[in-house]
Design a protein around this ligand. Structure first.
Ligand code: PLP
Length: 384
């Protein structure tokens, strides 16, 4: 098979599987227990915490493990908006992942004023709109580091600078950037940052929220004293160990792989643009996570393209995995100005460690045929 959906999830690296199975066999203790088998687990978790912190340029004490990227996003939003009673306004971008957008909508329905920042046709957030929306009542600005659908990278450092002038903390969802581009919390200047293990060849069901020391935030899950009283619930110990190992593998080998994957992606992009007539590329041409490719094939339904490719064991997606099953048109593609019928014709290919030059050659052979065949059997005139 040719897997071109690494933004949805990645295969677990064999070293991660090995480390997790060692841990599961050898260490069942509860990290909150004070006797040796519990303490040992706590020590192992802290090694993982150290690794995640180091890759983000953070301190160990600033990393809080969660049950997913989604939970870390919810933690950032609800923990910040609930924090100070006089701050009940929220600013998010219009192209956030549902983990942020749905949290914002939930709060909006309960009286919180939410501003959805518009983006330009490349998907870059409008900084003027951010300046206009910020008030002394703003609790949080949340803008994703890069889009899962079109890959566009946001100017988080500038966003943080603008928000901080008004004393407002900034959260960024870096689920789609960790492992693909450098993610350094100090350079980004953010106060909160979300990551998720399964996007970097680690296990599913574990994420982390970076919370800069001194940031005002309330717990999102209430209960025990875990994660320095900010995230209750016995830790997903094996998952966290796997996350730490995935980060180690990334630091050791994954970083070297980045330019290979980017080159493959650029070759695929160029090939598609040269061989398929009337194809349209979505996202920023250069300031993008280059392994993310999103194309519109006007006149066709993305679903038909996806299924045709799947019969050839080429796996792509129609956008974010989370909206895959719904009939809704991508809010990201609408936000960059695509008409709904064009947005419905878009497919996303996201490359990763599993891909080779042969994969790209095969896709460049098969995709033009698939598109030509589908165009022949559809009545829709793309020039309409
Ligand atoms: N944020 C972004 C940008 C994502 O792409 C995803 C996953 O698709 C998430 C958050 C959610 O992460 P998780 O699957 O760990 O809940």
């Amino acid at each position: 098979m040719i897997y071109l959906d690494h933004n949805a999830t990645t295969p677990v690296d064999p070293a991660v599987v090995e480390k997790m199975s060692w841990f599961l066999k050898e260490h069942f203790g509860n990290p909150s227990s004070v006797y040796p088998i519990g303490r040992k687990v706590k020590e192992i978790l802290n090694e993982a915490r150290e690794r995640v912190a180091a890759t983000l340029g953070a301190n160990r004490g600033e990393i809080y493990f969660t049950g997913s990227g989604t939970e870390a996003d919810n933690f950032a939003v609800f923990g910040s908006v609930n924090c100070l009673p006089e701050r009940n306004e929220l600013i998010v971008s219009a192209i956030e992942h549902p983990a942020i957008l749905e949290s914002a909508r939930y709060l909006e329905n309960r009286g919180v004023k939410v501003t959805y920042l518009p983006v330009n046709s490349y998907g870059t957030v409008d900084l003027g709109a951010l300046r206009d929306a910020l008030t002394s009542r703003t609790a949080l600005v949340s803008v994703m580091h890069a889009s899962n659908e079109i890959g566009t990278i946001q100017p988080i450092d500038k966003i943080a600078q603008i928000a901080h002038e008004k004393g407002v903390p900034v959260h960024t969802d870096a689920v789609q950037t960790l492992g693909k581009i450098d993610v350094d919390v100090r350079k980004l200047g953010c106060d909160l940052l979300t990551v998720s293990a399964h996007k970097i060849y680690g296990p599913k069901g574990v994420g982390a929220l970076y919370i800069r020391k001194g940031t005002n935030i309330h717990p999102y899950l209430h209960g025990g004293h875990q994660e320095r009283r900010l995230r209750a619930g016995t830790e997903n110990t094996a998952g966290i160990v796997g996350f730490g190992e995935a980060v180690r593998v990334y630091e050791e080998r994954g970083k070297k792989e980045r330019s290979r994957i980017e080159k493959l992606s650029e070759t695929l992009k160029k090939g598609i643009e040269e061989t398929i007539p009337r194809v349209r590329f979505n996202g920023h041409p250069t300031n993008r996570v280059l392994s993310t490719l999103n194309f519109a094939f006007p006149g066709l339904e993305a679903e038909a393209i996806l299924l045709s490719l799947a019969t050839k064991e080429i796996y792509v997606s129609t956008g974010s995995a989370c909206s895959e099953e719904s009939e809704e048109v991508s809010h990201v593609l609408l936000a960059i100005g695509l008409r709904p019928e064009i947005a419905r014709s878009c497919i996303r290919m996201s490359l990763g460690r599993t891909n080779s030059e042969e994969d790209v050659e095969t896709v460049l052979r098969e995709l033009p045929e698939v598109i030509a065949r589908l165009r022949k059997i559809t009545a829709f005139d793309p020039e309409d």
